[in-house]
Design a binder for this molecule. Structure first.
Ligand code: CP
Ligand code: NVA
Length: 292
């Protein structure tokens, strides 16, 4: 494994290896406390973040390493330095780069020019660290056989979930309003897998073990989009179509928009476990990229 940019590039075995290591990270095995000493993670952000930034930075501390927050707007990129030069120079100082960017093509360009491993901390197209953590969380709850239903926007989080479900043979149901279906580059890639796309939330949730949603308006998008999502809120009534389904959300959440407060804060919500597992999974990724 050279980079973690797209779930599509990972084999089932690579994902299972990350999970085996994640369990050791979560058990806080002392063997890993200094595993990345003197190693530096560069965290390159072109968009805001709470979980990704803090979980990666604290995770690097746990492994005995160091992390640097690098904001695009405060860097020379904002004054016209090329991404290629930036990637080359950052690779001379640091051991691994995690980036959160707008265009997915920019992530690919960054990885092409970097001489160190690159981890995708979210692009407009994909959010692989999130999906890896989400399925790890489903495994902890014994619901990894699915189905997983995603209700809302056919966005980066939905795309990475579709991809990981396809790789691990988890039935996946996606319900979006018309015009907000997942990107065809992703649907083409998962052709042949048990992935269903519908405009009917109840159909998607029918018999699901996990019901997942995300914000209707992603970072960088116009709020006007919200109007299209009437009827796509995850409510107790919608949850009732599932099979004692857990509620999942990558966070940040907007109670009263994509999810009802009663569901978000209800007994079947596992959203904070998902958030915690980001750190354990990412520590496993960092360790794998830098030492295995
Ligand atoms: N889920 C997630 O990536 O959260 P942040 O935007 O806070 O990093
Ligand atoms: N789809 C959301 C995910 C945030 C973690 C966004 O891109 O803003």
């Amino acid at each position: 494994m050279q980079d973690v940019i797209d779930i599509h590039d990972l084999t089932e075995q690579e994902i299972l290896d990350i999970y085996a290591l994640t369990e050791e990270m979560k058990a806080d095995q002392p063997a890993y406390h200094d595993a990345l000493s003197n190693r530096t993670l560069l965290m390159f952000f072109a968009k805001p973040s709470t979980r990704t930034r803090v979980s990666f930075e604290a995770g690097m501390t746990h492994l005995g390493g160091h992390a640097i927050y690098f904001s695009e707007e405060q860097s020379q990129l904002s004054r016209g330095e090329s991404l290629a030069d930036t990637a080359k120079v950052l690779s001379r100082y640091t051991d691994v780069i995690m980036a959160r960017l707008f265009e997915h093509e920019t992530m690919i360009e960054l990885a092409e020019h970097a001489d160190v491993p690159v981890i995708n901390g979210l692009t407009d197209l994909l959010h692989p660290c999130q999906a890896l953590s989400d399925v790890f969380t489903m495994r902890e709850y014994g619901i990894e056989d699915g189905p997983l239903a995603f209700v809302g926007d056919g966005n980066n989080v939905a795309h990475s979930l579709m991809q990981i479900c396809a790789t691990l043979d988890i039935p996946c149901r996606i319900a979006t309003p018309e015009g907000y279906e997942p990107d065809t580059t992703i649907t083409d890639r998962v052709a042949g897998a048990d992935v269903t796309i519908t405009n009917d939330p109840a159909e998607a949730v029918d018999g699901a073990r996990a019901v997942y949603t995300d914000v209707f308006v992603s970072m960088g998008e116009s709020a006007e989009k919200k109007a299209a999502f009437d009827g796509y809120q995850v409510t107790p009534e919608l949850m009732a179509h599932g099979d004692d389904a857990k509620f999942m959300h990558c966070l940040p959440a907007h109670r009263g928009e994509e999810v009802a407060t009663a569901v978000m804060d209800g007994p079947n919500s596992i959203v904070y476990d998902q958030a915690e597992n980001r750190q354990h999974v990412q520590k496993a990724i960092l360790y794998s990229l830098l030492t295995v």
